[in-house]
Design a protein around this ligand. Sequence first.
Ligand SMILES: Cc1ncc(C[n+]2csc(CCOP(=O)(O)OP(=O)(O)O)c2C)c(N)n1
Ligand SMILES: CC(=O)[C@@H](O)[C@H](O)COP(=O)(O)O
Ligand SMILES: [Mg+2]
Length: 633
Amino acid sequence: MTILESIRGPHDLKALNEAQLDELARDIRQFLIQAVARTGGHLGPNLGVVELSIALHRAFDSPVDRILWDTGHQSYVHKLLTGRQDFSKLRGKGGLSGYPSREESAHDVIENSHASTVLGWADGLAKAHQVLERSDHVVAVIGDGALTGGMAWEALNNIAAAKDRPLIIVVNDNERSYGPTIGGLADHLATLRTTDGYERFLSWGKDVLQQTPVIGQPLYESLHGAKKGFKDAFAPQGMFEDLGLKYLGPIDGHDIAAVESALRRAKRFHGPVLVHCLTEKGRGYPPALRDEADRFHTVGAMDPLTCAPLAPAGGPSWTSVFGDEIARIGAERPDVVAITAAMLHPVGLTKFAEAFPDRVWDVGIAEQHAAVSAAGLATGGLHPVVAVYATFLNRAFDQLLMDVALHRCGVTFVLDRAGVTGPDGPSHNGMWDMSLLQVVPGLRIAAPRDADQLRAQLREAVDIDDAPTVIRFPKESVGEPVPAVGRIGSMDVLHRAEDADVLLVAVGVLAPLCMKAADLLAGARIRCTVVDPRWVKPVDEALPPLAGRHRLVAVVEDNSRAGGVGSAVGQALRDAGVDVPLRTFGIPEQFLEHGKRAEVLADIGLTPVEIAGRIRAALAAKEAATRTEESGA
Ligand SMILES: Cc1ncc(C[n+]2csc(CCOP(=O)(O)OP(=O)(O)O)c2C)c(N)n1
Ligand SMILES: CC(=O)[C@@H](O)[C@H](O)COP(=O)(O)O
Ligand SMILES: [Mg+2]
């Protein structure tokens, strides 16, 4: 049995000696590389927090002490140390979540994988402990990337003001989000890192001198005083100390004893204290350390030796189609610029950035700033393209509404990972954009059904300079082209039928699924017209009269049913006085458990069989109601 296998919970860590702890760290690294290579997941970030996680669980008593993780993608080691070592179905249906999960363990608190929230949670918890006179510790672990998010600073402003409220902030500083962390904060952390010598010297001095009888302690104290004086005299007074936080660091985040010692010092401090730990993303795995793009931030299932993907690539991704087209547009349109929120490569801006380095900005994990600065860029005469994952746009809704749309700024938001993503769990599905954005005056939303449509709609979007435009597409390979057989209004007709019974409105990537449903219905002698609206907001004026020529309208979307395109179509039918039964198919109003995209879509009934079955049932119910009405007449 390895030492890792002997760990049933954090209590088992307390008795381990230094050599055993080092062996445990080796076990964990080996485990992570093998396990995450099998399933895919956040390998780089977790390799960077092995010693940090061990030290945290030795210095504190979770779950009585609350250890909180920002974003939570780096909580695998925490899981291993808190009784969860079956990673065989990590991020898979029925397996461990890739993020903290209250259902899995009392040691887990924050399930939300959106960055920069941990300090807010910690502020709230610390206040609760103070009001309830609880002395349990609150420890918030935040990455240098997550520290670039505005919410982190809102919380810090509150935390720093409460000098008497204990709260321990651990900055996991590996100098990277995906790529190197940008901005003045990153520069400041780098400055603090240069004081690294003090801590090494100090921790050496402390260990050696405190073991020296008689003269050791006083000498240590004077050294400590000297270090403080030297630091004050020569090193920049850290911004954190300027804010009023006690600053401990920088600490070697891979030295368990040093981190533990700093945490134990922090515990004794009756106020907010920040422990600055220096770590290395991907530590201990050379292929990750060699990866300059993102240090294996997220990997798919792969051979741990060769890093070759285990699953064959399924063809070009939506992201790559966008990336190629925006680079072409950039060559034609010098006014087109781009913004990323710390995800340049994941959102497909690599080529654009290589070609036009002065026309792309990484704003950090700061989607709100991305939206507002885009309003500024548009007002300055450019056309910004803001590329984010759909779910992360949620936090920039007000900026989109009140800065971009209110001022009629021509900004294009490109939402990758729209719809059900799957393995990344409930907070990563891009399932709310087409609901939230319905209420934004003037804003237009496009949902392309294939690569050709993505390219076309992207070009249409960047040509609109007096309103925000949104283009959204999923996380998967782009499927086969879905040809149109005609056009009605601005909607593409994908399938026609004489005297059709059903108008099937296929939104974006679900068009092929709708075509299959139409085939199934044809087998039951139910004829369908299938249309792709292309631009789903505003609803095409030709849709209500077209609907009026059918016995039933069905809208199918990879978005929440609540307030989605289906709701907007219903509103348009009512506004036009068209009285035809409407059935909407989408994601139910719930948080979806992690699992493969196809599994989740099947679980929520977004399959051709389910859709066809429910349309048939709706038609039958309508006929029955009509017969009853007629017989009663
Ligand atoms: C609001 C938001 N935007 C973007 C992301 C995508 N994302 C996940 S982890 C990450 C980088 C986090 O960097 P850091 O906080 O330094 O943690 P590390 O991975 O370095 O441990 C990003 C941008 C997110 N989770 N939340
Ligand atoms: C934690 C986080 O938000 C990102 O790392 C996200 O998990 C990446 O998702 P993809 O793997 O779909 O790019
Ligand atoms: Mg980082």
